[in-house]
Design a protein. Sequence first.
Length: 180
Amino acid sequence: MAENRMMGVIPSGKTHKYINLFGYTTRGIPGLEIVGMGKNSRTVKEKLIFLTRQQNNSIPLNRFVLSIDPVSRVEKEDDFNWLELPLLILYWSLLNWIPLKNLENCFTSGRVFPGGAIVPWAPSQLKKVGEIDSRIWITSKWMLSPSGFFKLPLEELISSRQAVYIPEKNQIERAFAKST
């Protein structure tokens, strides 16, 4: 069976929080389980299942568990939606659908939408993350990665996937623009 872990980043007020994510597969009742998101777990789980079923690959009959480390202390005003992309990457890595075996030094943030749009997000500045030397930020090729991170283009990870896409930069900017 497989296991992996990575870091998600979410906005929290005027700062950001690092969220430890981990996942594993076991033999057992087949399916996907997301732990640690409370009432948000069901919606995110269904999005991930829907996008995964859109692919032309078979899904093994294993139990997949994705979890948010409870030590991370996510509060009500923090936005769990920004963990959708890291959870999708973690899930697809457990399925061996992306060309990375180890996500331990990888960080990302972003949303996924049932229509197939994957919208990465990257803050310009992040506080220091421990003593990790080779930090990798997974984001779109046209986005900047935060200072101190190596960029891994998301397009390279999902290039073999069908029914998912990264919208053009101007479409994302319009979607997240604040109305005045």
